[in-house]
Design a protein around this ligand. Structure first.
Ligand code: SAH
Length: 208
């Protein structure tokens, strides 16, 4: 598996333009196969998404790397993630940030992700079983916010819960499995800047 993971990082991430050394190093270590069912272990390092049950998917490694790079996470940051799924993206964030709060609306996925992350030693993570459309006010504001499901529009509460100087990455689009990655940042005065990035395919971010 170590060799497959090394090749994933080399061919799918590095050679396609992911440059951040720390992200490449973290993705070379996080055991992606342990985040999917046994039947998918042998395909865990292939170039695509995989099913994780409940009609949800773990994202393609490149998209995980790309979104993480766009977030520019620093070691003192608190990160909010919406859409824990299996917890793979959460594990990567936990190695870059001080603390990660991750919201997942499906109770079974939230519970298994939290257990898996604990067992694998990713302890600076809290998985919360809740709908994340309104963010998570209790621990706000956040230095970084990442949404790993496709929203019809950008949820305003998420922008409110971003610190000045903060960055949010979120797939936005009206169609199922067809969105555009948006990169939202707040400058030091709180002005919001919205940029458009790659076309992506995510499951739906369920509205409240
Ligand atoms: N990053 C995840 C991707 C999982 S797919 C991974 O690597 O596995 C997206 C996840 O978002 C699904 O598990 C889905 O249940 C969850 N989700 C969708 N809408 C949500 C919402 N409004 N609040 C919280 N979680 C949501």
């Amino acid at each position: 598996m170590d060799k497959l993971r090394y090749q994933m990082v080399l061919h799918q991430l590095s050679e396609r333009g992911i440059k951040d050394k720390k992200i490449l190093e973290v993705m070379e270590h996080v055991p992606r196969h342990l985040f999917v069912d046994k039947e998918f272990h042998s395909s865990a390092y292939e170039d695509g998404p995989l099913p994780i049950g409940y009609n949800q998917t773990i994202s393609q490694p490149y998209i995980v790397g790309y979104m993480t790079e766009q977030l520019h996470v620093l070691p003192h940051h608190t990160v909010l993630e919406i859409g824990t799924g299996c917890g793979y993206q959460t594990a990567i964030l936990s190695q870059l940030a001080k603390k990660v709060f991750s919201l997942e609306r499906i109770p079974e996925l939230a519970e298994s992700a939290q257990n898996r992350l604990q067992e694998l030693g990713y302890t600076n993570v809290d998985v919360i079983n809740a709908n994340g459309w309104n963010g998570y006010k209790k621990e706000a504001p956040y230095d970084r916010i990442i949404v790993t499901a496709g929203a019809k529009k950008i949820p305003e509460p998420l922008i409110d819960q971003l610190t000045n100087g903060g960055i949010m990455v979120i797939p936005v689009g009206k169609l199922l499995f067809s969105q555009t990655l948006r990169i939202i940042s707040k400058d030091s005065d709180g002005n919001v800047i919205k940029k458009t990035s790659l076309p992506v395919r995510f499951v739906r971010l369920v509205n409240k």
